[in-house]
Design a protein around this ligand. Structure first.
Ligand SMILES: CC(C)(COP(=O)(O)OP(=O)(O)OC[C@H]1O[C@@H](n2cnc3c(N)ncnc32)[C@H](O)[C@@H]1OP(=O)(O)O)[C@@H](O)C(=O)NCCC(=O)NCCS
Length: 176
């Protein structure tokens, strides 16, 4: 567990998620499902979906949460990139913050904690992030955390009545 002091406001605690965090995590995620292109889910998933991620933590599969003053501010996670065994050293990462917690460094704080854990995990080689465009904040966050854009898939998503591109970002060991 670690405690950080943001520029203003109550102290923020970043720690591994537990089952008790799931309802608040689902609130943040399902708000994005309903209102944003940040996820290609189109129907709210509830706590059970995030519980599946918690149930498979260990090694390079990590779920972190950030709390301050009784409020869940956000969470970040790493998990399998694709199910085939040859991909085991590759982790997909993402991060979701409550609306009021954005734009004041918390994304960087959560990712710094997550990436430090991944760098220390013996079986993790590289990380991938998939960003639906446009998402200036997410692009800036990933670039700031050592990811490089490796390509764009055109119109692979369809949400809110339009096709959406995804940008693929990757962080290699040499960028750690
Ligand atoms: C994307 C998200 C996690 C970023 O976290 P954040 O706490 O707002 O970002 P930070 O304050 O840590 O800023 C990280 C970097 O992004 C930049 N940034 C933040 N918001 C930005 C914005 N709206 N436009 C452009 N740049 C932005 C910051 O300047 C900073 O860069 P720097 O360190 O080089 O100055 C957050 O906005 C969020 O949860 N968005 C909704 C969900 C989402 O899109 N998740 C990502 C799915 S791929």
């Amino acid at each position: 567990m670690s405690s950080i002091a943001p520029d203003s406001g109550p102290p923020t605690v970043v720690r591994d998620a537990t089952p008790a965090d799931l309802p608040a995590m689902a609130e943040i995620y399902d708000d994005q499902v309903r209102t944003s292109l940040a996820t290609f889910d189109t129907e709210p998933r509830g706590a059970a979906y995030l519980g599946e991620k918690l149930a498979t933590t260990g090694g390079g599969n990590i779920v972190l949460v950030a709390w301050a003053d009784g409020d869940l501010l956000g969470y970040a996670f790493s998990g399998p990139f694709r199910p085939r065994p040859a991909y085991d050293g590759t982790k997909e990462v993402s991060v979701y913050l409550a609306e009021g917690a954005r734009g004041r460094g918390l994304g960087r704080t959560l990712y710094a904690a997550l990436l430090a854990r991944l760098d220390a995990a013996a079986d993790v080689h590289t990380q991938v992030a998939v960003i639906a465009l446009p998402n200036d904040a997410s692009v800036a966050l990933h670039l700031a955390c050592g990811f490089e854009r490796v390509g764009v898939l055109r119109e692979v998503g369809h949400k809110f009545g339009r096709y959406v591109d995804t940008a693929w970002y990757q962080r290699m060991p040499s960028q750690n």
